[in-house]
Design a protein around this ligand. Structure first.
Ligand SMILES: Cc1cc2nc3c(=O)[nH]c(=O)nc-3n(C[C@H](O)[C@H](O)[C@H](O)COP(=O)(O)OP(=O)(O)OC[C@H]3O[C@@H](n4cnc5c(N)ncnc54)[C@H](O)[C@@H]3O)c2cc1C
Length: 510
C-alpha cells in the first residue's frame, strides 16, 4: 500500500471535489520504481470512478501525466512519486486538471494566459523540501491555464543519475526548455515575471493614495495590514514574497494557542485572513526607495511610485552570507542555506555546516543521518547552541566540531570540492575535502536600501519607538527588520499591530 489510512481518508474527501473525469497517462516498466508508481496510481484510481489509468509514451520512466478525459494533454507531468511535501502538489494538480479553478489573483491569471510561446519547465525536487511545492504548484497552474506551457516535476531520488549529470545541488531547480532557469523558493508572480517579463510601471499608475501602505508580507506585515484595514482605512500591501521566513519553517510549536503548525500552513491561513478585508495586495513587487514629500512615496523596482499617507515597513530578514571567496560562485553548486531542502542531495557525501548556534547544530544533527561526515565550523572558541543539542552532537560519530576557526574560502571547479579554514589559535591554514557547505550564521535585516532614509542600528535594524514610529514622519516599522530585542513570529505579529495602530494615530492627528 503506497498511502496510509489517514492520507487515504483525506484524499477521499478531495476526490469528491473532482469536477470532470481525469486520466493518469503513465509511462511505466517492470522496474521497482515503476511498480511503486503503479501501486500509487492504482490505489488512487480505485478510490474514484472519475479516474482512469492508461499507458502513454513519455520521456522518463516512471512518470505520468494528468489529463482531463477527452481533452488535449494538460502538460502537467510527474516523474517519480509525488509523496512527502509533493503530495499536496499532486492533489491540487488532480483537482485543477479536473476543472477546479486555481486560487490565483485574476491579474496573474491574465498574465499567464497572455504567454504566447511554448515553454516547457522541468523542476527537480526532493520530497523533504518544503520550498519545492510552491514552485511545482505554480508551474502546474501555469500549465493548466495555458496550453503553451507544460511542466514536469522530477523527484530527485528516483532520477539520481539526471541530478548528478546536471550537477543539481539545490532544490527546487527549474529548467526551461533544457536550460537552467531558476532555483529556490519562488512565488507564482516571480515565475510569471521571469517567464513573461516583469509587470510594467504603468500597471501601478491608477493606485491612488493609500492611507496605510504596508511593505512586506510576513507575519508582521500581514498583522499590520489586518489591523489597518479593520480601522476602515484604505490599506495596500507591497510584497515580494508572501509569507516571509515562516515559509522556511517546518514545525512551529510556539504559536500560543496552536500547539503545532507548519510554516506554509500558518501563512496560508494568515493570507486568507488578510483577504477577508479590503486590502489591495501587490505581490511579486520589491520596494527600492522611500521618500517623504507631502505624502510618503514608495518606489518599486519596476520604477512605479506608490503614494501613501503612512507606511509600515515590515521587511524581515534573510540569511547572513559568510562573504568569503567561493560563496557566491558556488551558490546552489554546493553552497546552500537550507538543510531540509538540500540535505538529501548530499547523501553519502562529506559536508560542512558553518555556524555553531542552534540552527547550525540542528542542521548538523539532521545532516548526520544522511551525509558520510559533517564538519561544524564555529568562529568562536565555544558553540552557542543549547547544551541539549551539543550533547546530541557529542553522541554522533560522524560529526566533527571545529571551534575557533575562520572559513577562508570555498573551492571547486564546477561545484564545491572543499573549503579552507584558519585555526584562530595557531593561525595555521587547513583544507577539508567536501561536497557541500551549509551556511547557518544567522540573519540580516532586509534594510540595505534604507541606509540614508531612516535611522538604523549598526546592525542595519530600523530604530522604532514604542508606537513603531521610525525617524521618517509617517513611516512605521515592525518585525525582524526593527531593533526589537527578540525575533519571533508572535513578536512580529504584535509589532505589526503596534505599527498599524501607531500609523492610525498618526493619521487622525494630521
Ligand atoms: C528557519 C527558521 C525557523 C524559524 N522558526 C521559528 C519558530 O519556530 N517560531 C517563531 O516564533 N519564529 C521562528 N522563526 C522566526 C520568524 O520566522 C520571524 O521572526 C518572522 O518571520 C519575522 O516576521 P517578519 O514579518 O518581520 O519578517 P519576514 O517573515 O522575514 O517577512 C518579510 C517580508 O517582507 C518582504 N520584503 C522584504 N524586503 C522587501 C522589499 N524591499 N519590498 C517588498 N517586500 C519585501 C518579504 O518578501 C517578506 O514577505 C524562524 C525563522 C527561520 C529563518
Amino acid at each position: 500500500m503506497a498511502l496510509d489510512t489517514e492520507i487515504k481518508a483525506q484524499l477521499a474527501q478531495y476526490l469528491e471535489l473532482l469536477e470532470n473525469d481525469v486520466v493518469f497517462a503513465a509511462h511505466l516498466d517492470e522496474s521497482e520504481n515503476s511498480q511503486k508508481v503503479r501501486e500509487f496510481l492504482d490505489e488512487i484510481q480505485a478510490m474514484s470512478p472519475k479516474i482512469s489509468l492508461v499507458d502513454k509514451s513519455l520521456t522518463r520512466t516512471p512518470s505520468f501525466m494528468i489529463n482531463q478525459k477527452g481533452q488535449a494533454d494538460s502538460g502537467v507531468e510527474f516523474a517519480g512519486l509525488p509523496l512527502g511535501h509533493e503530495f499536496t502538489s499532486f492533489i491540487l494538480a488532480l483537482l485543477q486538471v479536473g476543472g477546479r479553478k486555481p486560487k490565483v489573483e485574476e491579474d496573474v491569471i491574465r498574465r499567464i494566459e497572455k504567454i504566447n510561446r511554448p515553454l516547457h519547465f522541468e523542476t527537480y525536487v526532493s520530497l523533504t523540501c518544503h520550498n519545492c511545492p510552491d514552485v511545482v504548484q505554480s508551474l502546474n497552474i501555469m500549465s493548466v491555464l495555458n496550453p503553451n506551457i507544460s511542466h514536469t516535476m522530477i523527484e530527485g531520488g528516483m532520477f539520481k543519475d539526471e541530478v548528478d549529470a546536471k550537477k543539481i545541488m539545490a532544490v527546487p531547480t527549474v529548467f526551461l526548455d533544457g536550460e537552467e532557469f531558476a532555483s529556490g523558493r519562488m512565488s507564482i508572480e516571480q515565475l510569471v515575471d521571469l517567464a513573461a517579463g516583469p509587470s510594467s510601471a504603468e500597471e501601478f499608475e491608477d493606485k491612488g493614495l493609500f492611507d496605510v501602505l504596508v511593505v512586506g508580507g510576513g507575519p508582521s506585515g500581514s498583522s499590520a495590514a489586518i489591523y489597518a484595514a479593520r480601522k476602515g482605512i484604505r490599506t495596500g500591501m507591497v510584497v515580494e514574497n508572501f509569507g516571509g521566513q515562516v515559509m522556511e519553517t517546518v514545525g512551529i510549536e510556539n504559536m500560543i494557542g496552536t500547539p503545532y503548525t507548519e510554516g506554509p500552513k500558518l501563512m496560508a491561513q494568515v493570507e486568507q485572513h488578510v483577504k477577508e478585508y479590503p486590502v489591495e495586495i501587490m505581490k511579486g513587487q520589491r520596494a527600492k526607495d522611500i521618500r517623504k514629500t507631502d505624502v510618503v512615496e514608495v518606489e518599486l523596482e519596476n520604477g512605479a511610485v506608490l503614494k501613501a499617507k503612512s507606511v509600515v515597513l515590515a521587511l524581515g530578514a534573510k540569511w547572513r552570507n559568510m562573504n568569503v571567496p567561493g560563496e557566491q560562485e558556488f551558490r546552489n553548486k554546493g553552497v546552500t542555506y537550507c538543510p531540509h531542502c538540500d540535505g538529501p542531495l548530499f547523501t553519502g557525501k562529506k559536508v560542512a555546516v558553518i555556524g555553531g548556534g542552534n540552527s547550525g547544530i540542528e542542521a548538523a544533527i539532521d545532516l548526520a543521518g544522511l551525509a558520510e561526515h559533517v564538519y561544524v565550523l564555529e568562529f568562536l572558541p565555544e558553540l552557542k547552541a543549547d547544551q541539549v543539542l551539543q550533547d546530541r552532537v557529542a553522541k554522533l560519530d560522524n560529526i566533527t566540531v571545529l571551534k575557533n576557526v575562520a572559513t577562508k574560502d570555498i573551492v571547486g571547479s564546477d561545484e564545491v570540492t572543499g573549503l579552507n579554514y584558519v585555526d584562530r589559535t595557531t593561525n595555521e591554514e587547513h583544507h577539508i575535502d567536501l561536497s557541500g557547505v551549509f551556511v547557518q550564521i544567522g540573519l540580516v535585516p532586509n534594510t540595505a536600501w534604507l541606509k540614508d532614509r531612516v535611522e538604523l542600528t549598526n546592525r542595519g535594524e530600523i530604530i522604532v519607538d514604542k508606537h513603531g514610529q521610525t525617524s521618517m514622519p509617517g513611516v512605521f516599522a515592525a518585525g525582524d527588520c526593527t531593533d526589537s530585542a527578540y525575533k519571533q513570529i508572535i513578536i512580529s505579529m504584535g509589532s505589526g499591530a503596534t505599527a498599524a495602530l501607531g500609523a492610525f494615530d498618526y493619521l487622525i492627528r494630521q
